[in-house]
Design a protein around this ligand. Sequence first.
Ligand code: GLA
Length: 522
Amino acid sequence: MAIKHKTSSLLASLVAILLIAFCTGNIKNITAWTPPVEPAIILTPKPGPKPRINGTKIFGVRPGCPFLFKIPATGNKPMKYEVLNLPAGIKVDPATGVISGSIGQPGEFLTTFRVSNDLGTTERTFKIVCGNSLGLTPQMGWNSWYVWENHVTDKIMRAAADAMVTTGMIDHGYMYVNIDDCWSVKPGSKDPELNGQPRNSAGNININKRFPDMKAMTDYIHSKGLKAGTYTSPGPFTCAGHVSALGYEEQDVKQYVSWGFDFLKYDWCSYGQIAKDQSLAELQKPYILISSILRKQPRDIILNLCQYGMGKVWKWGKQVGGNSWRTAGDLGGSFEGIGTALFRDGFDVYSTDSLHLYGGPGGWNDPDYLLFGYLSNWQGQTVPTPLTPNEQYTQMSLWAIVAAPLIFSGDMTRLDEFTLNVLTNDEIIEIDQDPLGKPGYRVAKKGDLEVWKRELEDGSLAVGLFNRGEEPALVTASWSDLGLSGKLRVRDLWRQKDLGKYTIQYTEHVGRHGVVMVKISK
Ligand code: GLA
């Protein structure tokens, strides 16, 4: 009895302590805190039925190289596509909006896209720059890594291309469908689909059995008006242990050209064993080599440097021929850590070294892929992203402000309405693709609250009000921090809604780890 009494009074005291702690707010100190479950609120109205032209307004191509560009437009289908003032050598298919051919002479060509459907016609200018520069705005597309990692197949790639069209992502400007690691043979693998000789008797790299016919696959991707990307390493093996380019760089690039690839991710991986040291000369060497080979090819291939930011790659990535360069390690290397990595690599790495000074037309800072929808949890399952809805809006907004490539890496075949909404808001995409090509940066930081701005071609500003804190908060974007003055128009870009005119500042409630993204103009 006595023991029972003692136990119950002990329990009573514990409950009392917990109650006091809870009421005084000290509960967080004695129990593990879990993030609140946020409703996945769709902020953006669906695209209207009238035609609207989206995506990039400027496109680089080299003389004589195959041109392929599908005009991205939303609205009721069928649509009729026309282009005014097309340069000689290329033509548009009026039913699909795919522009193809090749331009013989260098030059700048100011064309007009005209798209019509049963409800009307719309026009937008589109500049074609035929010269030496590719990637005049950040690349948009999909990459297989974070959902399919080492299980990627030809079938998966084709299904991703299909989904680009059926989900309408292609109509918002997404164009690259890129295989990551794991398409070549993996010598010594126990999996008979992957094992095999690294190269054939002519030295050509062998594809593993999951890809029966690379050329047929890229033809399929191209037939949808999309472009195809591939992946290799300057070392002997890729990060996942598959055969890569060392000693065969030129032969492999020629192979990619004959297969019809339009994008190459060149991932450092095992080159660490080859480089003599971490000097700039050694860090740059494999990229200088590969870009000089790429430049000689009769095909435009975007070069994505992937070496995790070593040697402050942003300072020289463009100089060695990169059209984009990864600025940090893998954003999704730890599934549970994606949120933490987003704030560390996206916000802090970028700000600490003023990365905005280095990105621009032709070469972009690449903080890694958009990690929404279904992703691999690295334990054999594909599961929903650990990013909360607010964090997803934050990633997309930040990527648009810093002019990052918009490369989604979740499952293309399992896109729910919320995920698609985050990926396809045309006013947010327009910020990312702004033709001025000036990456934005942080202008104010008060504790967890940050304001970022990006200058746009039309003289207005894109402004992100971010809350990195654990509680909702009021975030203020003040005109003095933004370098503005006077009565200015503010538009909410996620909600696609004008908010009115403001002087001095704009203040908004922002949720935990969330963002309000506005455009401020005269
Ligand atoms: C590295 C890269 C990733 C991915 C994997 C593939 O980790 O940073 O983006 O390409 O290799 O093995």
